[in-house]
Design a protein around this ligand. Structure first.
Ligand SMILES: Nc1ncnc2c1ncn2[C@@H]1O[C@H](COP(=O)(O)OP(=O)(O)OP(=O)(O)O)[C@@H](O)[C@H]1O
Length: 204
């Protein structure tokens, strides 16, 4: 369970916008929605330790990751989170398999992920030689490779057709349960994750 109680002044073009989030996220999937610019990506980055909140606290299974009063701020590495970035953030010089090997030494797990993402036949390809949907699936698989207890996914299905998306979601659901993972999924389309989300957060 991750407990978030934070405030962050956003760098908005006009006026002052303060992002205030107070919520506990349990195991399973929470869908995060809200209009463009509301702060969805900023929230994920604060949980990951990539952006520092102005005040408040973040704890995971009662371990403090961030506490402004106690001056605690664990690094992203110490938080051991799987993050799927909106722009994928793949490594141009690494093949599909190397992306996963960078995150895990478990060959069996890597092969299972490749199969799950339908990328078995593309294991030796570099990102430039993958379609947008394949790149997006690789970003998801890489996030899963470390067997994270917490997964942060920013619009992870935006480049996938509905059939691929449905198949992948079914596999992911099984995997999340197996890992006992908490997943926060940002989506502009709440219907997209209706089938798997057990909780929701709307940022206004
Ligand atoms: N490090 C930061 N510190 C403060 N504000 C930031 C920081 N990074 C981004 N912002 C601001 O946060 C606001 C919200 O951006 P963010 O990308 O989180 O929105 P979003 O809800 O994910 O939008 P979209 O749906 O368009 O992706 C923007 O005004 C942006 O300028």
């Amino acid at each position: 369970m991750i407990a978030v109680d934070i405030e962050k002044k956003l760098k908005a073009y006009s006026g002052q916008q303060v992002l205030k989030i107070k919520k506990e996220f349990g195991t399973g999937v929470t869908g995060i929605t809200g209009p463009s610019g509301a702060g969805k990506t900023t929230l994920l980055k604060m949980i990951a330790g990539l952006i520092v909140p102005d005040t408040g606290s973040i704890s995971f299974n009662n371990v403090s990751w961030f506490n402004s009063s106690l001056k605690i701020n664990l690094s992203p590495q110490q938080r051991h989170i799987g993050f799927v970035f909106q722009d994928y953030a793949l490594f141009p010089n690494m093949t599909v398999r190397q992306h996963l090997e960078y995150a895990s030494t478990d060959a069996g797990w890597i092969n299972r992920l490749l199969k799950l993402g339908g990328l078995e036949d593309f294991a030796t390809h570099k990102p430039d030689y993958l379609s947008g949907g394949q790149q997006q699936r690789l970003a998801i698989l890489r996030a899963l490779a470390i067997k994270p207890k917490l997964l942060l996914m920013d619009e992870p299905f935006s480049a996938l057709d509905s059939k691929t998306k449905a198949g992948l979601i079914t596999h992911l659901q099984k995997l999340f349960t197996e890992l006992g993972a908490t997943a926060l999924i940002v989506s502009h389309n709440p219907k997209e994750i209706d089938g798997i989300s057990t909780d929701s957060l709307e940022i206004k």
